[in-house]
Design a protein around this ligand. Structure first.
Ligand code: DNO
Length: 356
């Protein structure tokens, strides 16, 4: 397991690279060019500029999250070919500088969705929270305004310029079914995976977060059967999944450790995080500790260990603790604690294997 840590780039992340490299066992950062609008190709000079800053701090830049997919590709519009060509160019450029994994998602309009970015726990910490009933009654515009107003820092997947014309975006999806989305994903993969293969890049789709339809929009990367269907679209080691324990784990019907065992050879990238799911379907992000949430993080790490996992892993989100002012879900402290918990389990498993 190769531990990495998400970093939002120079002048965009309050956490300095020098702090990241002090977290035990972290070897690289997960990065992206956040200032390039979705759909444009990433230029070589911008890629090289971020890469050199990362490497100057003794970290590597093997993992990119995300190269986002333009809405026209998800909608299957004629203009998609132009955006797919740009995506291919981006992959070629990333391959040239030694990027190994590219994480992306295929969720219509919204990326990850929550109703509260700072739900207070009894210990005074705050964390991302999803209230199921509330979202069912909420107007999407109301949710977007609330979420954007609640964070002073930009958030991945919540680019204000992309979400300005929300009602038009919703109109565009009016007649788009899950099957349409599968067809549009298939079209995309058939043109992207051959380029990824030539560029030495493993594409790793992120599951939908949460893994069910919201606001009536289709969502398809949600469970075991759909992951199987997805991987069968193109049979290539360069077509895989970012196995996100917190996204999939928000649906208690998903047995995350079983998914890892089944799909291990097609998981180049692991997102490890815990969520506490309540009886009414609400969920809150918790510390990584198994007993704090509903996902058996011990079982998750054990499943990776049993399968000799050599891919990249990140602690994904954390709570906001010790008064840290940070991007929602992306503080230094709780993610660093999560890493130490994951390593603790991993190292104990290693030792017990050696001791027979
Ligand atoms: C949120 C992240 C997502 C993720 C994308 C991958 O914190 O987990 O924004 O990066 O869905 O494309």
């Amino acid at each position: 397991m190769r531990m990495v840590f998400r970093w939002f780039g120079p002048d965009n992340d309050p956490i300095p690279l020098d702090h990241i490299r002090q977290i035990p066992g972290v070897e690289g950062v997960v990065w992206a060019l956040h200032d390039i609008p979705v759909g444009e190709a990433w230029s070589m000079d911008k890629i090289l500029s971020v890469k050199s800053q990362i490497e100057a701090r003794g970290l590597h830049s093997h993992v990119v999250e995300s190269v986002n997919v333009h809405e026209d590709i998800k909608l299957g519009r004629p203009t998609r070919d132009h955006y797919i060509a740009n995506y291919q160019r981006t992959l070629e450029n990333l391959g040239r500088v030694g990027v190994k994994v590219v994480c992306y998602n295929f969720m219509p309009i919204f990326d990850w969705t929550r109703t509260d970015l700072a739900k207070k726990a009894s210990d005074g910490s705050t964390a991302l929270f999803f209230e199921r009933n509330l979202i069912e009654q909420m107007d999407p515009q109301e949710m977007v305004s609330k979420i954007l107003a609640d964070s002073t820092l930009t958030m991945p997947g919540w680019e204000p310029e992309r979400l300005t014309n929300l009602s038009r975006l919703f109109e565009d999806y009016t007649n788009v079914t899950e099957e349409d989305l599968w067809n549009n994903l298939t079209y995309f993969l058939q043109q992207i995976i051959p380029v990824a293969e030539k560029s030495g890049i493993k594409m790793a789709i992120h599951p939908d977060d949460p893994p069910w339809s919201i606001f009536g929009l289709p969502r398809i990367i949600t469970n075991r059967d759909n992951i199987r269907r997805l991987l069968d679209i193109v049979d290539s080691p360069n077509h895989g999944v970012t196995l996100c324990s917190g996204s999939l784990g928000a649906d208690l019907a998903n047995d995350v450790a079983a998914l890892i065992r089944e799909f291990a050879p097609r998981i180049p990238f692991a997102h490890i995080r815990n969520v506490k799911v309540y009886d009414n379907g609400d969920f809150v992000e918790t510390s990584h500790r198994t007993s704090d949430g509903s996902v058996d993080i011990y079982g998750v790490v054990k499943a990776y260990h049993e399968n000799g996992f050599t891919g990249y892993a990140r602690p994904d989100h954390g709570r906001h603790i010790w008064g840290e002012q940070c991007r929602p879900g992306y503080g230094l402290y709780d993610r660093a604690l999560g890493i130490m918990y994951i390593w603790g389990i991993w190292d104990a498993l290693e030792h017990s294997c050696k001791e027979g």
